[in-house]
Ligand binder design. Structure first.
Ligand SMILES: NC(=O)c1ccc[n+]([C@@H]2O[C@H](COP(=O)([O-])OP(=O)(O)OC[C@H]3O[C@@H](n4cnc5c(N)ncnc54)[C@H](O)[C@@H]3O)[C@@H](O)[C@H]2O)c1
Length: 408
């Protein structure tokens, strides 16, 4: 993770988090360990809880817990009660800054630990689903501090959602099923950056890809890229593999379970495990054969059709695979680390310069996009790590682009 390596060196010098406590709720993986070390190099004390018990790697949790300045509350496979207990323990550190992945930490902070809000300078949310929850809190005037939505970044959406998730979701599905994708009809629900990446990769493996959408602009984009688009009710009877990537709930449910072909596989790439209606499927099933392969459960319906659910309907690339490759997380975590440094320093040094509009929103309990300057810095560092140089605008070009007086 060379980009975080470069940031770690500059944070070690600039100490943007000197004396500050960060409560973080993240997938406890090797990549997160590199992020945590970047933050502690910048002077932070980090209290880490897991953002998903199924993705926690216990050896990583143990290794991090042994490091100075890091407290870890995470164990693989814990139940829901223990999951929230761990979040509470991370909040016991009285954070100055928070870093969340899905919104559970910020939500718990507001719902159950409101006495801690005043001291929090700001936070950073990793996912679109988490940011959507925070925007609702902000609209209701309930968000007690500014939060940067790390996914609202052109660099992040390209590298992480489209190319990273596109690849790793197919990788997770292949590990769980060892199925041949070529020739299969694959239905991708949602054509955001994640869904479009998944659709492209499935097509690259030879699948016939159908896209379902609720947004006409995104649906049109899918058509223009050569995908078939139709409602889920029409797509389901054709689907040999359904992959949901919407951030919404019950995208595939009882009506579709009634029409899916025998042997159809269902996988979810969205952040929460609500996109496949697992309650309805369990109610419809006359027999459930768990773990017919690792991370593949078979649901037998009354008419004998079998539906195969991968990774229990949770994020398939994290549960059945290893999540996004380290190179992807390098870019995403660099954005989060810089956003947090920028918040720690009230929008001034050592983060890059942000627009005055961003600075004016810093104290308002708003959900902010990643400042363009951070996006550009991370893209530049990533290019540098790849050994790629690019051109710079000349003075004459700059003057031309900035002036409205010069026409053709
Ligand atoms: N698995 C991973 O590693 C990973 C990585 C990044 C993001 N995510 C998650 O994936 C999901 C999608 O992310 P994104 O960045 O593409 O989000 P996005 O919000 O940009 O795109 C989601 C798309 O789904 C569409 N949609 C919503 N409801 C739908 C429905 N009922 N049927 C069909 N389409 C519907 C929306 O119109 C939108 O175009 C989110 O939950 C996000 O948190 C997962």
């Amino acid at each position: 993770m060379p980009v975080l390596g470069m940031l770690r060196a500059s944070f070690a010098e600039q100490q943007p988090f000197a004396g500050l406590r960060i409560a973080a709720c993240l997938h406890v993986t090797p990549e997160t360990a590199v992020l945590v070390r970047t933050l502690t190099a910048g002077g932070a004390q980090v209290h880490l809880a897991a953002s998903n018990p199924l993705s926690t790697q216990d050896d990583i949790a143990a290794a991090l817990a042994a490091e100075p300045g890091v407290m870890v509350q995470a164990r693989s496979g814990v139940d829901r009660g223990t999951y929230y207990e761990h979040i509470h323990r991370a909040l016991d550190g009285h954070p100055d800054l928070v870093m969340d992945d899905g919104g559970d930490l910020v939500n718990t902070l507001h719902e159950a630990r409101a006495e801690l809000i005043e001291a929090v300078r700001g936070g950073c949310e990793a996912t679109s689903s988490g940011a959507a929850r925070l925007r609702k809190m902000a609209a209701a005037g309930s968000l007690g501090f500014p939060v940067v939505a790390a996914d609202v970044s052109a660099t992040r959406r390209m590298i992480d959602h489209k190319y990273g998730t596109g690849q790793s979701v197919l990788d997770g599905i292949l590990r769980a099923t060892n199925t041949l994708v070529a020739g299969k009809t694959v239905v991708v629900a949602g054509f955001g950056p994640c869904g479009s990446g998944i659709a492209e990769r499935a097509r690259g493996l030879g699948a016939q890809v159908i896209v379902t959408e609720v947004d006409p602009v995104r649906a049109l984009g899918a058509i223009m890229q050569g995908f078939r688009v139709m409602p889920m009710s029409t797509a389901a009877p054709l689907a040999e593999l359904v992959i949901t990537a919407t951030g919404s709930r019950e995208v595939i449910g009882a009506a579709e379970f009634a029409t899916l072909p025998d042997g159809a596989m269902l996988a979810n790439a969205g952040h929460f495990d609500v996109e496949i209606d697992m309650g309805a499927l369990a109610a419809e099933a006359t027999e459930v054969n768990l773990a017919v392969r690792p991370h593949a459960d078979e649901y037998v319906l009354a008419d004998g059709r079998r539906l195969i659910v991968l990774a229990e309907g949770r994020v398939v690339n994290l549960v059945a695979g290893e999540g996004n490759p380290a190179a992807v997380m390098d870019t995403s975590f660099a954005i989060q680390a810089l956003a947090l440094a920028w918040l720690a320093c009230g929008g001034s040094s050592p983060g890059p310069q942000a627009s005055s509009e961003h600075l004016s929103q810093l104290t308002a309990g708003r959900v902010l996009d990643v400042p363009e300057a951070i996006d550009a810095q991370v893209a530049g560092l990533t290019l540098a790590s790849l050994g790629t140089r690019i051109d710079a605008l000349t003075d004459s070009q700059l003057r031309y682009l900035e002036s409205w007086r010069q026409g053709s």
